[in-house]
Design a protein around this ligand. Structure first.
Ligand code: GLA
Length: 380
């Protein structure tokens, strides 16, 4: 049964009668442009065919009652008395309601059933998918216009200020605004987004290393602080404003750590712009080479990779069907992404699974991804 059928069927069971509508918002994989979003820079993610779905029907009493099939648990709250609880999945729903109301929107509540197949904690943005599905649900019940960038910002605000994770804008933007068959080049300062097509005869493969790291938040916040310190040194609002030439001219004045952190962000912005250019030309080889270079920069300068991840990336790069591979997402575990010749993807998946298991003793999850649309609403 598809997730659309599952949420629809479960809605009928829980609430009696058919849902009024179904919404969907996807997870994402970032092709290139890592830790650039909070430096006002460029990212190049695509929305994937793994998503959060909600079947719902408006209620007139200002309540939200949502059942999650994944967590086997209810989110049940009144819109006029929102209270923060320790982080759990329902706080993302509540946090989005809070952010929308803070922005001045009048909300209509709903009954809903929620289900998703974005793996949780793997670095594929299951939280952004839940946030944007929730925003899409409220937009539909409350008659709000769907402005993807504005909704993405409110999803980010929910995550930053309600849930307490200090993420950038990338995950919410791509979940809100993704385009089928395309990645989006997003300028994280202006939030302008350009859809660029995936190179012909290629597929994007996500390779989950089956490693996770706790304390990700502290390492993430530490990187942010290091980038802000580097921007202050250059006297600019964000590292986005430092050109490679300006960096070269003054790099010697920086301490080694700050220099490497800044070099990652500044070169990654360049690579991301070049990657979009390669995609416009349909040049898979050039895109792949930029992905490889991005991995080296994350590994050596930004220091957000780990041994198992490096093994996975090297195995992927060594396969003849691969154009390029890198770690994707926040870092310290989670997933790699590879650009692979479509005709050979079956062999690539089998061999990568075997070789990674042999090398590490871990069993990877491997997803061949399609680029999908961002948050959508379907009449039920
Ligand atoms: C996480 C954050 C994003 C972004 C990436 C790194 O996914 O949620 O905002 O900073 O890390 O590129």
């Amino acid at each position: 049964m598809s997730l659309l059928e599952q949420v629809t069927e479960a809605f009928e069971r829980f609430f009696g009668g058919a849902p009024a509508l179904v919404v969907r918002a996807p997870g994402r994989v970032n092709l290139i442009g890592e830790h650039t979003d909070y430096n006002d820079g460029f990212v190049l993610p695509m929305a994937i065919n793994r998503a959060t779905w909600i079947a719902l029907r408006p209620r007139s009493d200002g309540r939200v009652r949502g059942f999650s099939l994944e967590f086997n648990d209810w989110a049940d709250f009144a819109l006029d008395g929102l209270e923060k609880n320790p982080a759990n999945w329902a706080e993302y729903v509540k946090g989005v309601a809070w952010a929308l109301m803070e922005a001045g929107y009048q909300l209509t509540g709903w009954d809903g059933v929620i289900a998703g197949d974005v793996p949780i904690g793997a670095g594929l943005s299951s939280s952004a998918a839940l946030e944007l599905a929730t925003a899409r649900a409220f937009a539909a019940t409350s008659g709000l216009a769907w402005d993807a960038a504005a909704m993405a910002k409110l999803g980010q605000k929910a995550e930053n200020q309600w849930v307490g994770m200090n993420c950038g804008i990338m995950d919410q933007m791509i979940s809100a605004a993704g385009r089928a068959g395309h990645a989006l080049l997003i300028d994280c300062r202006s939030l302008a987004a350009e859809a660029v097509p995936l190179p012909p005869d290629t597929l994007v493969v996500v390779l989950d290393t089956a490693t996770r790291r706790g304390l990700v938040d502290s390492a993430y916040n530490e990187r942010r602080a290091q980038c802000e310190a580097a921007a202050r040194f250059f006297g600019v609002p964000a590292l986005r404003d430092v050109t490679p030439e300006q960096f070269q001219a003054r790099a010697g004045e920086l301490d080694d750590l700050t220099r490497r952190r800044a070099r990652h962000v500044i070169t990654e912005n360049e690579r991301t712009l070049q990657a979009a250019e390669a995609m416009r030309r349909g040049d898979a080889a050039a895109l792949g080479a930029l992905m490889d270079a991005s991995h080296v920069s994350m590994r050596d300068d930004f220091e957000i990779s780990r041994d198992e991840m490096n093994t996975m990336v090297e195995l992927a790069q060594a396969h003849p069907a691969s154009y390029g591979a890198r770690m994707t997402g926040g870092g310290f575990g989670g997933c790699a992404v590879a650009l692979v010749r479509a005709a050979a993807v079956g062999a690539f998946v089998t061999i990568l699974g075997e070789r990674y298991r042999q090398a590490t003793g871990l069993t990877p999850a491997i997803y061949v991804c399609e680029a999908t649309n961002g948050a959508e609403v379907f009449p039920a």
